[in-house]
Design a binder for this molecule. Structure first.
Ligand code: NAD
Length: 256
């Protein structure tokens, strides 16, 4: 489906981003990876599928590095057709205890990076009149949870930014959408499971059960593969007229 196209997935050395990068490669796209995890392992996994894979180490909190990454992708592959803004971090604390530096980092990496990457990628997509931008938001782009002020503010921002970019490009071949996962068992969430296990003095499995029971009615984690399936659908011709949605994959979290 994406033969000859190039995709850039931010934060794709683990978790959801890596799952999406693998699916893009399976569908024939050249893939540029990014992120601070195990780069060689991620590259090898994508390369094993076939197609071209490369990596850029841009820090998503640095606008100039984000622009340089988009330019490097265009220079290496001739175009950037599919942009998946996925990099993200979490910090958990009440508003009055939230370290100012963590607030700034969460906003920069989870929200502003989406703006900087889209700003750099849109002119090229417009020239070719085709593009797919998928911003990985969260259920926390739609509803809130305590102790996550920066994350919830950033993800609500991503949903708003997605709608604006979708509208600005509504008469073009460029679609902009957001996906909103509930709990996905990635390194980002495992940290929260570990904290809960330590705090409540329960096992890892019991901490996971409690985490799901609190918010996610299906009592199942969403998987990176399920999210990748949705991203592939958004890249398909069937999704040509899907614009500015915030699509939940949350086991019923936001239906409550
Ligand atoms: P993860 O920790 O496995 O992956 C995050 C990725 O972002 C990693 O590759 C990491 O190296 C990269 N990253 C972090 N800071 C970076 C920076 N400054 N510059 C470049 N890369 C950076 O986490 P994940 O759960 O796969 O998260 C991916 C996205 O999904 C995030 O935006 C997160 O908010 C969102 N999300 C996750 C869940 C969940 O339950 N795991 C739920 C909803 C939304």
């Amino acid at each position: 489906m994406l033969k000859g196209k190039t995709a850039l997935v931010t934060g794709s050395t683990s978790g959801i981003g890596l799952g999406i990068a693998l699916a893009l490669a399976r569908n024939g796209a050249n893939v540029m990876l990014n992120g601070f995890g195990d780069v060689e392992a991620a590259k090898a996994e994508v390369a094993a599928i076939g197609g071209k894979v490369s990596y850029h180490g841009a820090d998503m909190s640095k606008p100039a590095e984000i622009e340089a990454m988009v330019r490097a992708c265009e220079a290496e592959f001739g175009a950037l057709d599919v942009l998946v803004n996925n990099a993200g971090i979490q910090h958990v604390a009440s508003v009055e205890d939230f370290p100012v530096e963590r607030w700034d980092a969460v906003l920069a990496i989870n929200l502003s990076s989406n703006f900087h990457a889209m700003r750099a990628a849109l002119p090229g997509m417009k020239q070719r009149n085709w593009g797919r931008i998928v911003n990985v938001a969260s259920v926390h782009g739609l509803v809130a949870s305590v102790q996550k002020s920066a994350y919830v503010a950033a993800k609500h921002g991503v949903v708003g930014l997605t709608k604006v970019a979708a509208l600005e490009n509504a008469t073009t071949g460029i679609t902009v959408n957001a996906v909103c996962p509930g709990w996905v068992l990635t390194p980002l969430v495992q940290k929260q499971v570990d904290a809960r296990a330590a705090q409540a003095n329960v096992s890892n499995d019991e901490a996971k059960r409690q985490l799901l029971a609190e918010k996610q009615p299906s009592l199942q984690f969403t998987t990176p593969e399920q999210l990748a399936g949705l991203v592939m659908f958004l890249c398909s011709p069937a999704a040509d007229n899907i614009r500015g949605v915030a699509w939940t994959v949350d086991g019923g979290w936001t239906a409550q």
